[in-house]
Design a protein around this ligand. Sequence first.
Ligand SMILES: [Fe+2]
Ligand SMILES: [Fe+2]
Length: 265
Amino acid sequence: MTEASQYSDTIIIAGRFTTFVQPGVAIMIQNVNGTDHIALRQPASAEMFDRAGSDYRCRGAQLLDSASSVLDVSPEEMARTIAEAELESGKHPAHWDSSTCEFLILRLLRKEHGEIEREIRGLPTLAAALAERNESRPELTTISQLVEELTEELTVHIKEEEKNVFPVLLDVELAYLGELTASGIPKGVASILKKMSEDHRALGRTLGRLRHESNWFHSPIEADGKCEELYDRLALLYGAIHYDVHVEDDILFPRVAQMEAALLH
Ligand SMILES: [Fe+2]
Ligand SMILES: [Fe+2]
């Protein structure tokens, strides 16, 4: 069966080439967009970029052609993999442009924050037990220390966002929509956003070290079931944090900053 007959009807356009996916799923990848835009529109692609070791956030985003050459995969293959991941995941392309901050925050709370909290639960204990049991593998001791560090950083950061930051961002949106709350237009929004983005960079540094020590979360061949579980959970945690930071830094925070600027002028 040819590729065109196997994947009929809907077209993916990735730069200068065209390929096909199954009917009913409208996906478009344009090579004028970077991997950051692709990850936003097609959430399943973020998981693929993570697995391949490509940073898709605004800071690290690349055009699909560049990403594919770094990853040593043809752009056609990459587009096909993204399309297949999309179909398999059952996730629909995201339409962030029309989302309110309220929706974005609710989504972050329910999805990424929920996943992060679930994954960090018990992770330091598991990592410490494995480090103790495998003294001949020093990387497990480093991983355990980094997991401890990351868990502390995440716990503080998430608590801060949920208790103090998100309510302020919601107030900015309400004020922007002409529904001022009793406290009026929130103050110090720029410094709140700056602090959160600085936290993200610090988290990124810890995650980068963890990624390096764990060989991109690939467990060694001789790893037992528990060790594999640790590496798998680290990969899931990495994906959830990465997407959380992506949505906040690249969509939510800039949108709130724009609203605040409009309110002040
Ligand atoms: Fe967050
Ligand atoms: Fe955050």
